[in-house]
Design a binder for this molecule. Structure first.
Ligand SMILES: Nc1ncnc2c1ncn2[C@@H]1O[C@H](COP(=O)(O)OP(=O)(O)O)[C@@H](O)[C@H]1O
Ligand SMILES: [Mg+2]
Length: 239
Protein backbone atom coordinates (compact mmCIF):
# COMPACT_ATOMS: atom_id res chain seq x y z
CA UNK A 1 0.00 0.00 0.00
CA UNK A 2 1.06 3.56 -0.62
CA UNK A 3 1.19 6.36 1.91
CA UNK A 4 -0.93 9.32 0.64
CA UNK A 5 1.55 11.87 2.04
CA UNK A 6 4.07 10.55 -0.47
CA UNK A 7 3.52 12.27 -3.80
CA UNK A 8 6.30 10.52 -5.67
CA UNK A 9 8.26 7.47 -4.65
CA UNK A 10 10.94 5.29 -6.21
CA UNK A 11 11.32 1.85 -4.64
CA UNK A 12 14.57 0.05 -5.37
CA UNK A 13 14.70 1.29 -8.94
CA UNK A 14 17.36 -0.24 -11.17
CA UNK A 15 17.82 0.89 -14.75
CA UNK A 16 20.34 1.77 -17.44
CA UNK A 17 21.01 1.85 -21.17
CA UNK A 18 21.43 -1.25 -23.31
CA UNK A 19 23.25 -3.76 -21.14
CA UNK A 20 24.80 -1.07 -19.02
CA UNK A 21 23.24 -0.85 -15.55
CA UNK A 22 23.59 2.78 -14.39
CA UNK A 23 21.15 3.11 -11.49
CA UNK A 24 21.27 0.48 -8.76
CA UNK A 25 18.27 0.02 -6.43
CA UNK A 26 17.63 3.68 -5.84
CA UNK A 27 14.86 4.51 -3.39
CA UNK A 28 13.66 8.04 -2.82
CA UNK A 29 10.50 9.90 -2.05
CA UNK A 30 8.96 13.34 -2.26
CA UNK A 31 6.32 14.10 0.34
CA UNK A 32 3.34 16.40 -0.07
CA UNK A 33 4.51 20.03 -0.22
CA UNK A 34 8.18 19.16 0.02
CA UNK A 35 11.07 20.32 -2.15
CA UNK A 36 13.76 17.71 -2.68
CA UNK A 37 17.06 17.86 -4.54
CA UNK A 38 19.28 15.19 -6.03
CA UNK A 39 22.94 16.15 -6.12
CA UNK A 40 26.14 14.28 -6.89
CA UNK A 41 29.09 14.24 -9.28
CA UNK A 42 28.83 14.53 -13.04
CA UNK A 43 27.88 11.20 -14.56
CA UNK A 44 26.63 9.78 -11.25
CA UNK A 45 23.26 8.87 -12.75
CA UNK A 46 21.12 11.77 -11.51
CA UNK A 47 19.45 12.44 -14.85
CA UNK A 48 19.02 8.72 -15.39
CA UNK A 49 17.10 8.51 -12.11
CA UNK A 50 14.86 11.36 -13.25
CA UNK A 51 14.31 9.70 -16.62
CA UNK A 52 13.10 6.54 -14.92
CA UNK A 53 10.84 8.52 -12.58
CA UNK A 54 9.28 10.44 -15.47
CA UNK A 55 8.62 7.57 -17.87
CA UNK A 56 11.42 8.31 -20.34
CA UNK A 57 13.33 5.21 -19.36
CA UNK A 58 11.85 1.86 -18.31
CA UNK A 59 12.64 0.48 -14.86
CA UNK A 60 14.48 -2.84 -15.03
CA UNK A 61 13.56 -3.55 -11.44
CA UNK A 62 11.68 -1.73 -8.73
CA UNK A 63 8.56 0.43 -8.69
CA UNK A 64 7.52 4.06 -9.11
CA UNK A 65 4.47 5.39 -7.27
CA UNK A 66 2.71 8.70 -7.94
CA UNK A 67 -0.09 9.94 -5.68
CA UNK A 68 -0.48 6.46 -4.24
CA UNK A 69 -0.70 4.62 -7.55
CA UNK A 70 1.80 2.32 -9.16
CA UNK A 71 2.97 4.16 -12.29
CA UNK A 72 6.05 2.06 -13.00
CA UNK A 73 5.01 1.42 -16.59
CA UNK A 74 3.09 4.63 -17.26
CA UNK A 75 4.27 6.83 -20.14
CA UNK A 76 5.53 10.38 -19.71
CA UNK A 77 2.38 11.77 -21.38
CA UNK A 78 0.10 9.88 -19.01
CA UNK A 79 2.12 10.98 -15.99
CA UNK A 80 1.36 14.61 -16.90
CA UNK A 81 -2.34 13.74 -16.77
CA UNK A 82 -1.78 12.27 -13.32
CA UNK A 83 -0.21 15.39 -11.86
CA UNK A 84 3.51 15.20 -12.66
CA UNK A 85 5.02 17.93 -14.83
CA UNK A 86 8.54 17.98 -16.15
CA UNK A 87 10.97 20.82 -16.84
CA UNK A 88 13.59 19.07 -18.99
CA UNK A 89 17.28 19.86 -18.95
CA UNK A 90 18.52 22.55 -21.32
CA UNK A 91 16.71 24.89 -23.61
CA UNK A 92 13.62 23.20 -25.01
CA UNK A 93 11.97 26.42 -26.13
CA UNK A 94 10.90 27.27 -29.67
CA UNK A 95 12.65 30.57 -30.50
CA UNK A 96 10.05 31.86 -32.98
CA UNK A 97 7.10 31.19 -30.72
CA UNK A 98 5.64 33.51 -28.11
CA UNK A 99 5.31 32.90 -24.40
CA UNK A 100 1.56 32.42 -24.85
CA UNK A 101 2.18 29.76 -27.47
CA UNK A 102 4.48 27.91 -25.08
CA UNK A 103 1.81 28.02 -22.38
CA UNK A 104 -0.70 26.67 -24.92
CA UNK A 105 1.66 23.75 -25.56
CA UNK A 106 1.80 22.98 -21.85
CA UNK A 107 -2.00 23.00 -21.75
CA UNK A 108 -2.56 20.32 -24.40
CA UNK A 109 -4.18 17.96 -21.91
CA UNK A 110 -6.73 20.30 -20.35
CA UNK A 111 -9.92 21.85 -21.66
CA UNK A 112 -10.43 25.58 -22.32
CA UNK A 113 -12.21 26.25 -19.05
CA UNK A 114 -9.45 24.62 -17.02
CA UNK A 115 -6.85 26.43 -19.11
CA UNK A 116 -8.46 29.80 -18.32
CA UNK A 117 -8.49 29.04 -14.59
CA UNK A 118 -4.95 27.70 -14.54
CA UNK A 119 -3.66 30.63 -16.59
CA UNK A 120 -5.17 33.05 -14.10
CA UNK A 121 -3.54 31.20 -11.21
CA UNK A 122 -0.21 31.01 -13.02
CA UNK A 123 -0.08 34.67 -13.98
CA UNK A 124 -0.90 35.62 -10.39
CA UNK A 125 2.01 33.47 -9.30
CA UNK A 126 4.41 34.75 -12.00
CA UNK A 127 3.44 38.35 -12.79
CA UNK A 128 6.56 38.71 -14.91
CA UNK A 129 5.21 36.15 -17.36
CA UNK A 130 2.00 38.13 -17.81
CA UNK A 131 3.91 41.19 -19.07
CA UNK A 132 5.55 39.05 -21.73
CA UNK A 133 2.80 36.84 -23.11
CA UNK A 134 3.17 38.16 -26.67
CA UNK A 135 6.97 38.24 -26.67
CA UNK A 136 8.88 35.77 -28.81
CA UNK A 137 11.07 33.51 -26.73
CA UNK A 138 14.17 34.21 -28.86
CA UNK A 139 14.19 37.79 -27.59
CA UNK A 140 14.34 36.70 -23.94
CA UNK A 141 17.34 36.14 -21.66
CA UNK A 142 18.31 32.65 -20.48
CA UNK A 143 16.73 33.27 -17.08
CA UNK A 144 13.48 34.49 -18.61
CA UNK A 145 13.38 31.47 -20.91
CA UNK A 146 13.81 29.16 -17.94
CA UNK A 147 10.92 30.96 -16.27
CA UNK A 148 8.78 30.28 -19.36
CA UNK A 149 9.84 26.63 -19.33
CA UNK A 150 8.70 26.36 -15.70
CA UNK A 151 5.46 28.22 -16.47
CA UNK A 152 4.78 25.84 -19.37
CA UNK A 153 5.11 22.91 -16.97
CA UNK A 154 2.82 24.56 -14.40
CA UNK A 155 -0.09 25.40 -16.70
CA UNK A 156 -1.51 21.89 -16.27
CA UNK A 157 -1.69 22.56 -12.49
CA UNK A 158 0.46 19.59 -11.41
CA UNK A 159 0.97 18.21 -7.91
CA UNK A 160 4.69 17.83 -8.45
CA UNK A 161 7.21 19.61 -10.64
CA UNK A 162 10.29 17.62 -11.66
CA UNK A 163 13.27 19.62 -12.95
CA UNK A 164 16.62 18.54 -14.37
CA UNK A 165 19.28 21.20 -13.75
CA UNK A 166 17.02 24.27 -13.69
CA UNK A 167 19.99 26.58 -13.03
CA UNK A 168 22.26 25.18 -15.77
CA UNK A 169 23.97 27.86 -17.83
CA UNK A 170 22.47 30.78 -15.93
CA UNK A 171 24.42 33.70 -14.47
CA UNK A 172 24.68 33.52 -10.65
CA UNK A 173 22.11 36.26 -10.04
CA UNK A 174 19.62 34.48 -12.30
CA UNK A 175 20.26 31.20 -10.48
CA UNK A 176 18.93 32.90 -7.35
CA UNK A 177 15.93 34.18 -9.29
CA UNK A 178 15.07 30.67 -10.43
CA UNK A 179 15.36 29.28 -6.91
CA UNK A 180 13.12 32.10 -5.64
CA UNK A 181 10.63 31.23 -8.34
CA UNK A 182 10.67 27.60 -7.24
CA UNK A 183 10.10 28.73 -3.66
CA UNK A 184 7.00 30.57 -4.87
CA UNK A 185 5.84 27.39 -6.59
CA UNK A 186 6.34 25.38 -3.39
CA UNK A 187 4.54 28.04 -1.34
CA UNK A 188 1.59 27.61 -3.71
CA UNK A 189 1.35 24.01 -2.44
CA UNK A 190 3.27 22.03 -5.04
CA UNK A 191 5.96 19.44 -4.39
CA UNK A 192 9.28 19.79 -6.17
CA UNK A 193 12.00 17.35 -7.19
CA UNK A 194 15.10 18.75 -8.85
CA UNK A 195 18.45 17.48 -10.02
CA UNK A 196 21.12 20.13 -9.52
CA UNK A 197 24.82 20.45 -10.28
CA UNK A 198 24.80 23.62 -8.17
CA UNK A 199 24.79 21.57 -4.98
CA UNK A 200 25.21 24.29 -2.35
CA UNK A 201 22.44 26.46 -3.75
CA UNK A 202 20.20 23.45 -4.25
CA UNK A 203 20.66 22.39 -0.62
CA UNK A 204 20.08 25.94 0.61
CA UNK A 205 16.79 26.08 -1.27
CA UNK A 206 15.24 22.67 -0.58
CA UNK A 207 13.92 20.70 2.38
CA UNK A 208 15.67 17.40 1.76
CA UNK A 209 18.42 16.05 -0.42
CA UNK A 210 19.78 12.84 -1.86
CA UNK A 211 23.42 12.45 -2.84
CA UNK A 212 23.82 10.00 -5.70
CA UNK A 213 27.19 8.53 -6.51
CA UNK A 214 27.87 5.81 -9.09
CA UNK A 215 24.17 5.13 -9.44
CA UNK A 216 23.44 4.58 -5.74
CA UNK A 217 22.07 6.77 -2.98
CA UNK A 218 25.01 7.64 -0.77
CA UNK A 219 23.31 10.13 1.60
CA UNK A 220 19.67 11.00 2.25
CA UNK A 221 19.07 13.75 4.81
CA UNK A 222 17.46 17.08 5.42
CA UNK A 223 19.20 19.57 3.17
CA UNK A 224 20.57 21.64 6.04
CA UNK A 225 22.08 18.52 7.59
CA UNK A 226 23.78 17.67 4.31
CA UNK A 227 25.14 21.23 4.15
CA UNK A 228 26.63 20.83 7.64
CA UNK A 229 28.01 17.32 7.13
CA UNK A 230 31.83 17.32 6.98
CA UNK A 231 32.02 14.34 4.64
CA UNK A 232 29.41 15.76 2.26
CA UNK A 233 31.20 19.10 2.29
CA UNK A 234 34.56 17.53 1.48
CA UNK A 235 33.28 15.17 -1.20
CA UNK A 236 30.53 17.11 -2.94
CA UNK A 237 30.46 20.76 -1.89
CA UNK A 238 34.06 21.75 -2.60
CA UNK A 239 35.28 21.57 1.01
N1 LIG B 1 21.31 7.94 -23.53
C1 LIG B 1 22.36 7.30 -22.95
N2 LIG B 1 22.88 6.18 -23.48
C2 LIG B 1 23.91 5.52 -22.89
N3 LIG B 1 24.50 5.93 -21.75
C3 LIG B 1 24.04 7.05 -21.17
C4 LIG B 1 22.94 7.80 -21.74
N4 LIG B 1 22.69 8.87 -20.94
C5 LIG B 1 23.58 8.79 -19.93
N5 LIG B 1 24.39 7.71 -20.06
C6 LIG B 1 25.47 7.30 -19.12
O1 LIG B 1 24.91 7.09 -17.86
C7 LIG B 1 25.77 7.59 -16.84
C8 LIG B 1 25.00 8.55 -15.96
O2 LIG B 1 24.62 9.66 -16.74
P1 LIG B 1 23.61 10.76 -16.19
O3 LIG B 1 22.44 10.11 -15.57
O4 LIG B 1 23.36 11.71 -17.30
O5 LIG B 1 24.49 11.45 -15.04
P2 LIG B 1 24.32 12.85 -14.28
O6 LIG B 1 22.99 13.40 -14.63
O7 LIG B 1 24.46 12.51 -12.83
O8 LIG B 1 25.45 13.72 -14.74
C9 LIG B 1 26.97 8.18 -17.55
O9 LIG B 1 28.00 7.23 -17.54
C10 LIG B 1 26.46 8.42 -18.95
O10 LIG B 1 27.51 8.31 -19.89
MG1 LIG C 1 22.39 15.15 -15.56
Amino acid sequence: MSDPSKILEARDVTTGYGNNEIVHQVSLQVNDGESVCIIGPNGAGKSTVLKSLTGYLACWEGEIHLNGEDVTDVSTEDLVGRGLSIVPQGNTMFPQMTVQEHLDMGAWLIDDEEKRENTEWLLDLFPRVEERLDQKVKTMSGGEQQMVSIARALISDPDILVLDEPSLGLAPSLVDTIFELLRTVQDAGLSILMVEQNAVKALKNTDRGYVIEMGSVRFAEESRELLDDDEVQQLYLGG
